[in-house]
Write a protein that binds this ligand. Sequence first.
Ligand code: B12
Ligand code: SF4
Length: 638
Amino acid sequence: MIELVAAKKPVYAIHMNCDRPPIGLGMIISYLKKNLSQKEMDLLDFSPGYIVDMDDLESKVEKYGCGIFFFSTYLWNVSIHLEYSVKLKKRFNNSLIIYGGPFVPRDELSAIKFISDNPYIDILIHGEGEDASLSVIKRYLSQDNYENIDSITYCKNGQFFYNGAKSIDDIQKLPSPYLTGEFDAYLGLHDTQVVTLETTRGCPYKCAFCDWGQSTNQKIREFGMEKIYKELEWVGMNKIPIIELSDSNFGILKRDVQVAEYICKIKQKYGYPKEICANFAKNIHDNVISIIEMTKDAGLVSQAILSIQTLNPETLNIIGRKNLNEEHYKKSLERFRELDLPVTIELMLGLPGCTVQSFKNDLQWACDFNLGVYVHSTILIPNTQIASESFKSKYKILTAAESNLTNPENLKKVGLKSIKDNQVVSLESISQDEFIKMMKLTSVFHIFYGESIIKYLMFYLNNEYGITQIDFLYGLQENDLTEYPLLLKFRDMGDAPASTIAFSGDEDVLWETVRENRWSIFYDDVKKYILAHYEVLEEELEVVLEIQKFVMGYYNRALPDSREFEYNLPLYFKNIISGKEKKKLVEYGRCVLKVTDPLNICTKSIKPDYYEPHHGHIELSSQLNDLRFGFDLNDVKN
Ligand code: B12
Ligand code: SF4
């Protein structure tokens, strides 16, 4: 039942599945409020506010009824938005449904197709939404038509009108939703762990898989420093643990160093934020190094993330990143090593030109440099070059929608969880079967290397016997493991990072092992497996396995703990990784290894909720990995 039929039009700002104040909508609503006349404002009711979940949306619609619905549409909510909009239009024929956000196509053909496929949408707004939203609302309130408004598509009397996609030149005119109090009510209702801040807009590069790469405005446009400083103050005062900068290349401008200095000051003053995440400039020059150095000292960053996507020269050429090659990243790695900063790389599986071997090479490269890895699947997102028909046919790109991988029976057969229909699953250079194997390899890699479970053991096998980490893992993946039941369970666990397609398996096995300290059983399986498949020295292998076991956490373990071992594996590991010395393990004498638990891993019997889970969850701190980092969000909340 609708409680109230208001004379004023309720305005709904909807971004489903959003884990933070929806800044895109906040920018639009605060711009409307700044620029609408009092008379116009009197016709609107902004009480429904910012809505990020379905229960809230349904109850607000019951309360406020028919109105203006702004849907902020991204890959992660487009289906829910479309489904809900159908119901909405059926119920309130007079509602105004406006779609904006990166999922809204920007070119004429795709925009008209999108709106004609979804006729309950009244208006599409392309790209930056502030100016177009203001014009649309003004015309709507004066019951005028939408003719000649830039950056929109609409339908009138069965005819479609497309007015391009224009970006905003002067972004300084846009008010900050944080500072105008737009999100005050949101903060009261939601446990806000992270906010997105913008210091600039735009990206000068043109990567084929990215929305920004194809955007109409390639210039970097700057927000004023005063707004940035005030927003940072707001973050500190509101005790927000994490800032995520939306900038495409933080550090590209000299003034970014000042922004970073200010963030450090705010942390010192308020104890918040605890962490910042940024996409750093692709050329790691002095600005970036100073930013990383100072934010690391302030405890705000604990790792560098390099979004390399791939090192395959053919792919880099196709996707427009040929300068971002191996040599480029090696230089960056050297700088980060000088700063003693752990590095995680982001890879993409399924870019044009990618092969089984190139993907294996990418993973092996990470092992060679002791890097954390996060593998993303390749998704065809609107407004990108790789989603264009010409690209798709040139590289024979097949997505899950067109393959047998949407069939639940087939998914079950290969042990996969459901796959998004816009996800690349094969290309000219890689078949669907090969692709599935690489997805499984990602999963196996994440468990055994990413969680550090046999990371040091594999390092040893590579250096002593030339068995590369990736060959070893691929062997594990392909071999029959029925004789090694716990190893088998781990392999098929399917605990891959959130954005990759995980294999369906028993994800609890890792936490059972931690809770019940079943590591001896696990490493016995590993030993038997290695002795059955490789010719290695058993005595040495046993020492390495004991060390590997010693650094794993388990519930209620008494810590700190120290133990003497026959070989100095930590020194061996560090010397080789840093390129200092490549001696055999036996040439290193004894060592006393001490483990501590700065992240309180052993007091938890459930998986901790780390914000940056790029590194393993259960390896303790020791001379092998003294750079444990991250924080459990549950600890911050208390
Ligand atoms: C912060 C961010 C995230 C955050 C959180 C996002 C969130 N919930 O808000 C995190 C880290 C979680 C994230 C994750 C992912 N992201 Co992301 N992310 C971004 C980033 C860097 C900034 C977004 C932002 O807040 N910008 C600032 C605001 C002001 O800009 P905006 O959102 O574009 O809003 C403007 C316009 O779009 C428009 N607009 C927005 N909403 C509306 C609504 C209406 C009605 C109107 C009229 C206009 C309008 O007007 C706004 C103001 O001008 C962008 C890249 C970028 N710099 O834009 C990618 C981006 C949004 N992400 C993207 C992707 C692909 C992902 C992932 C799928 C990546 C992956 N493979 O894992 C994941 C999926 C997450 C999930 N939930 O499933 C794509 C989205 C493409 C698409 N079509 O949806 C982008 C564009 C980057 C890209 N590669 O092209 N992401
Ligand atoms: S991937 Fe990064 S560098 Fe490339 S176009 Fe997108 S934002 Fe710019």
